[in-house]
Design a protein around this ligand. Sequence first.
Ligand code: FE2
Ligand code: FE2
Length: 163
Amino acid sequence: MSEDPAMEAGVQEVRELLHLSEDMRLGIDVLDEQHEELIMQINHLHRLCECGSACQEEILKHFDKFMIEADKHALVEDALMRILDFPDSEHHMAEHVDFFRLCQKLQVKLESGECVRGDMFYMKNAFIRHVLDDDMLLAPFLIKARRSKREYRKAFAEILVKH
Ligand SMILES: [Fe+2]
Ligand SMILES: [Fe+2]
């Protein structure tokens, strides 16, 4: 048993699955759907991690998939902030970069077969905190500045083609 109570709490917490609670909903379908998908993937990762080294290959494969989806999501938010001139976009984009750094560290540990329970806990919390703090600040701005879905899609398509 860990002597670090915070880490121990993390190990307990990591066993719990996430769900997109009402207070995490932004009211913007495209972003809520992506958050929901990411949560499903995080939960799947947790289940795989519980089965331990026997699932190592599947964990790594799924983690790659998760990173691709998370990257796509960040790309969409970054694009919206740029298109609509969100005033705090630099800070928000820097938070996305920090989250990816956290995920990359986790990926390195997964590849080396280290225990990642504590790291999974921090990653999960970083995700929730980002949605509740940063995305929640962005949402009213996006809703106010909402343009037609067609315009958004066209802008996304242009950005996705470039990446
Ligand atoms: Fe975000
Ligand atoms: Fe987000």
